[in-house]
Unconditional design. Structure first.
Length: 102
């Protein structure tokens, strides 16, 4: 169900981006530096580049902010693994001692 919703959202977003690009095909002059001639680009290109850059930088910031939680989760996994080994060793030790008594 989630996969279907993702596909629907992706298709809707694709249609919106294509419609935006088709509606903003006018040329603009972008000046990168005062010594170079302006570059002629379609209007949608700098806008989409800005949106994509913002999306990627936002994702990167979320990833950075989650570093502490990921570190804590790895630490908890190691602790759980160590405790499971200790429980297995204690169970084996108990089985060995009960066999010797009987």
């Amino acid at each position: 169900m989630i996969a279907v919703l993702r596909w629907i959202l992706a298709c809707a977003l694709s249609v919106a981006v294509i419609a935006f690009s088709l509606a903003n095909r006018g040329q603009i002059g972008m000046i990168w530096s005062p010594v170079h001639a302006p570059i002629s680009l379609p209007l949608f290109l700098p806008v989409l580049i800005g949106v994509i850059t913002g999306f990627l930088s936002g994702g990167f910031m979320v990833w950075l902010n989650g570093a502490a939680a990921r570190r804590e989760r790895r630490k908890q996994k190691r602790t759980i693994h160590d405790l499971e080994k200790q429980v297995e060793a204690m169970v084996e030790k108990k089985i060995d001692t009960t066999e010797k008594i009987a």
